[in-house]
Design a protein around this ligand. Sequence first.
Ligand code: MG
Length: 258
Amino acid sequence: MRQGLVSFLLFGLLLVGMACTPESKTRVIAHRGYWQTEGSAQNSIRSLERADEIGVYGAEFDVHYTADNVLVVYHDNDIQGKNIQTSNYEELKDLRLNNGETLPTLESYLKRACDLEIRLVFELKSHATPERNREAARASVEMIKRMGLEKRTDYISFNLDACKEFIRLCPDASVAYLNGELDPDALKEMGFTGLDYHYNVLREHPEWVEKCKALGLTTNVWTVNEPELIQEMADMGIDFITTDIPEEAREIVNTQTR
Ligand code: MG
């Protein structure tokens, strides 16, 4: 009898505890992977592995579509003087990143991701025409699905044509816009699941954080590399912080009391 009462009280306490659990804390995304660490380089396969090793939420990476339709992982438009989008893959394939890795194809990058657990934050770069942006988005989604990574991939882009294609092709995926000029209502209307803006945009519009929560949109800010700024964004209740210092950022958000 007494035991039953104790169990009942413990169960009650558990329910109260669940109801009082604070809203989820800010999570960290390694910008271009974790590259400021030995043996790594921006957007390298090693940067993906390192981001996975330190246990942050996600690794962000940038993708271009070559002239002959190969998706490659790299940030800048040019690599060693060659424009990626107007070059054939054959002209690029032997070029090396700063850590000695050859320029990764999306396929090789995703193959490695299949053995890891980290979330993939897939940025499709802007291409020359609306149609080329849509083609690149379609090829990207096809490869993510072929690798069975659709549940682990979030899409982001500065390009609206690419974003609209992601939204159309992947109604269950997270798709966030990077460019900063659309307000939460406009994003919701277009089918986005969140925003991923420069931190100054949310400093100018702090009310957008609550607005996004009310609309069920996620908030992400880039690229937040100062500890005080990481703290400020976490205190604002931002969902995700994209940063070049993921280990430090993780320590800061782990001590978050909100
Ligand atoms: Mg990027």
